[in-house]
Design a binder for this molecule. Structure first.
Ligand code: BJ8
Length: 384
């Protein structure tokens, strides 16, 4: 396992630090908007001079509260997010002026109806298919305009196209910083732990100044590059190079990502919302801003889209570029879209790419920790 940086901050530490930082920003009168999904174009929130905060929960603690109103057999991310809202234990929800939901999976979109009783929840209607493309882009473009109008009404402001274009450029700069950092996974032998990669990406959501985020990633990228040049380059490693794909894995990071690396694998690539999946494509900086945003965001390769060929195209390219030896798919319990799609992912990975594949369905509890470790261990042994 690659060494973590001396100043490595755990996700929980970053989250705690973020509470205080956000409170200060609220005290200064800043606008804060809660967001759940990568399909939401946060450029509009920045253009409204507001701060987007991610509300997808990754803790087991609020699940019992969530289960008082939601079925037990539901994705832990949904139950935990709702449980936090219900118990008012999440400062990020508490400080949000309103929340943006979206019609992605059925569980989330129905949960947003209940969440709306706790705090105003504006739900964007995401098409569930990119086909026919023209219609899908047009539909998402009109929802993006509806969101712009919502922000204008809510804050009693006017958002200009110039402000949106500025936000697009800034977010593109951030995407480049994130992508350059994540592409350190291409180094042979690896110089960056996948556990660090996942933690740093998720924790970055609690640094609210986008320029600070960019700087932090650029600095770390330079450090890792230097470490590889001076201490790793030319060295042999027989540790298998693993790609992690599937659902957001923040809530199972220790149980899975850490375990993979402790048991002898190197995670070189994280193909999830918190990883490279959302960073690859920039937003076109010229032309109509709404079309540019719709085109970029509709192409995010989440399993809520049907069919989802771009996911396979992207996976194939990335697996080659990162020289992947094995793929581990993480599926959160009761996430039907990723779970059903996993059959095709397995076929693609094993038959078309000739690479071993393991799928792990799990939740935020520790009950299956031992069983998961056994399965990961056996998979890694097969690869070596
Ligand atoms: S773009 S991954 S953030 S929908 S909540 S779909 S795990 S059952 S989070 Fe997601 Fe947007 Fe897609 Fe990303 Fe499954 Fe759970 Fe639903 Fe989930």
């Amino acid at each position: 396992m690659q060494k973590l940086p001396d100043n490595f901050e755990t996700y929980d530490e970053a989250r705690q630090r973020g509470f205080l930082a956000l409170k200060e920003l609220k005290d200064q009168g800043r606008r804060v908007v809660g967001v759940f999904c990568s399909y939401v174009p946060t450029e509009l929130i920045y253009a409204a001079n507001a701060i987007p905060v991610g509300l997808c929960a990754s803790s087991e603690e609020p699940i019992p509260a969530g289960e008082t109103r939601l079925p037990r057999n539901l994705c832990p991310l949904i139950k935990a997010s709702y449980g936090f809202a219900l118990t008012e234990k999440c400062p990020y929800f508490y400080f949000s002026d309103f929340v943006i939901g979206e019609t992605t999976c059925d569980g989330k979109k129905k949960m947003f109806e209940l969440m709306n009783e706790l705090k105003e929840t504006f739900v964007m209607s995401l098409p569930n298919s990119r086909e026919p493309r023209e219609a899908a882009v047009a539909a998402w473009r009109s929802e993006i305009i509806r969101l712009k109008e919502k922000l204008e009404d809510f804050y009693n402001i006017t958002i200009t196209e110039d402000q949106i274009r500025e936000a697009i450029k800034l977010k593109n700069k951030e995407r480049v910083a994130f992508q350059t950092y994540l592409e350190l996974g291409k180094l042979v032998p690896p110089a960056l732990s996948g556990y660090e990669m996942g933690t740093k990406m998720d924790a970055s959501a609690f640094t609210f100044d986008i320029n600070d985020r960019i700087q932090s990633f650029d600095t770390r990228t330079a450090e890792v590059q230097h470490y590889w040049e001076t201490e790793r380059k030319g060295k042999f490693s027989d540790r298998p190079r693993i790609m992690v794909t599937g659902c957001p894995n923040g809530g199972v990071r220790d149980k899975l990502l850490k375990t993979i690396e402790e048991l002898g694998g190197d995670i070189v690539l994280i193909d999830t919302c918190g990883g490279i999946r959302t960073q690859m494509q920039k937003v076109e900086e010229s032309g109509d801003v709404y079309t540019a945003l719709a085109e970029k965001y509709i192409d995010i390769t989440c399993s809520v889209m049907s069919p989802n060929k771009p996911r396979f195209d992207m996976m194939g390219t990335l697996m080659d570029e990162f020289q992947v030896d094995g793929v581990i798919e993480v599926i959160l319990q009761a996430c039907h879209t990723f779970n059903v799609e996993s059959y095709n992912v397995k076929r693609f990975v094993t038959e078309q790419k000739g690479v071993p594949y393991l799928s792990l369905e799990t939740d935020y509890s520790q009950a299956d920790k031992g069983q998961i470790a056994t399965r990961i261990g056996a998979f890694l042994e097969m690869l070596s």
